[in-house]
Design a protein. Structure first.
Length: 309
């Protein structure tokens, strides 16, 4: 029955905006408490998070681990290669077994179907810690960061310049959920595919998909980019050639609104998708954004485990 379905966090499209807002409100409140050294509540005391990493991570790994500790719980770090998963145990059986030991699971795995299979077979909540398709935890932190710096994101204009990837997909989902405009510029060869275009049309989200970086950025309140070579991409040199005109440099940034901020999920490849001048410049909020992974995910963890309304 529906009441027995764990509160998974798989994609921003899967949850009502009100629930996403509840998580962000909890995140903002917990961040404020933390900054005031008043982090006494331990809503997840006695709870254990299993983190499965089939791909490398710095931010996701550390922020989930520290987040669980701050909430009073614990975490266990597992890498796909060291698990029986790496020797062919199924995702479904892994889900069934881990559900007997831990209270919640976070997984980073490129195959999005594997994430869904894990969730379908787990009796505890599952969190998407990045797949080839999406990166919803990142964009929750990004929305939180935008709003901290510039107020409500509703009605604002966010520009993406780069390739079509997992982070962009979650930004598109967020544009629909949080009602902001998203201008996307990608090389034609690395543009969002039919599934994303169909979703944009069906959702009615205010998303424009083009190929001109300057046009996308003009007047925007926030400029975002990401690495030109995501985990799992093989054609690195080809992608670099296609993506050169999409670099966020001072000239491109100057076309955005004068108060525009710059965001990047990190890790950054300086001199490639972004210049030092921009990422280290006054408009960049990339380290606030990285910090907010911790706070946003505390909101997500608490929501998944029923510690948020
Ligand atoms: N932005 C992000 O998810 O970083 P990691 O790959 O270091 O977790
Ligand atoms: N698009 C990047 C994000 C890394 C956090 C990747 O998938 O590698």
């Amino acid at each position: 029955s529906a009441s027995n379905t764990p509160r998974h966090f798989l994609d921003l499209t899967e949850l009502p905006t009100s629930e996403l807002r509840n998580m962000l409100a909890a995140a903002v409140a917990m961040k404020a408490k933390r900054k005031a050294n008043a982090d006494a509540d331990k809503p997840l005391a006695g709870k254990t998070l299993a983190m499965i990493f089939d791909k490398p991570s710095t931010r996701t790994r550390v922020s989930f681990d520290v987040g669980m500790r701050q909430l009073g719980g614990e975490s266990i770090m597992l890498t796909g290669a060291e698990m029986q998963l790496g020797r062919g145990e199924t995702i479904a059986d892994t889900a069934r077994v881990l559900s007997r030991f831990v209270d919640i699971i976070m997984i980073r795995i490129l195959n999005h179907e594997a994430l869904l299979e894990l969730a379908a077979n787990a009796t505890v909540p599952v969190i998407n810690g990045l797949t080839r398709k999406s990166h919803p935890c990142q964009v929750m932190a990004d929305v939180m960061t935008f709003e901290e710096h510039r107020g409500p994101i509703k009605g604002r204009t966010i520009a993406w310049t780069g390739d079509d990837n997992n982070v962009l997909a979650s930004w598109a989902h967020a544009a629909h959920q949080f009602e902001f405009k998203l201008n996307v510029a990608t090389p034609p060869q690395l543009a969002p595919g039919k599934a994303m275009r169909d979703w944009v049309k069906a959702s009615g989200a205010a998303i424009t998909i083009g190929t001109d970086a300057e046009e996308a950025v003009r007047g925007a309140d926030c400029v975002i980019t990401d690495t030109w070579v995501s985990m799992g991409d093989k054609d690195g040199e080809h992608r670099h050639n296609l993506l050169k005109p999409y670099q966020v440099n001072a000239k491109l940034m100057s076309l955005a609104h004068k108060d525009a901020i710059f965001m990047h999920c990190l890790p950054a490849h300086r001199g490639e998708e972004v210049t030092d001048e921009v990422i280290d410049g006054p408009q960049s909020v990339v380290f606030d954004e990285a910090e907010n992974r911790l706070h946003a995910q505390k909101g997500i963890l608490a929501w998944c485990l029923g510690a948020v309304a």
